[in-house]
Write a protein that binds this ligand. Structure first.
Ligand SMILES: [Zn+2]
Length: 81
């Protein structure tokens, strides 16, 4: 779970996050997020490859829900562990 939170923080910090609807309307807003749900809950395959590198298959789908200060909300899905 900690890993998912870190991932979420990274998504916001690394890519930047703006409300698409506000952008279209030329408005400014702040975005809050952090609510995530795992659509699937599979035991993902993890192993060490020939070079000793840790490999984890992202076999689950996570959905993140965001809200902006103008009341819009949306969600994004991505592969996760
Ligand atoms: Zn918005």
């Amino acid at each position: 779970m900690q890993r998912l939170l870190l991932l979420l923080v990274c998504v916001g910090l690394c890519v930047g996050l703006k409300c698409k609807q506000c952008e279209e309307e030329g408005k400014k807003s702040t975005v809050t997020g952090g609510q995530y749900g795992i659509k699937t809950l599979l035991g993902c395959n993890t192993y060490y490859d020939e070079d000793g590198k840790f490999v984890a298959d992202k076999c689950n789908t996570c959905t993140y829900t965001y809200q902006c200060s103008n009341g819009h909300s949306w969600s994004e899905s991505e592969d996760c562990y």
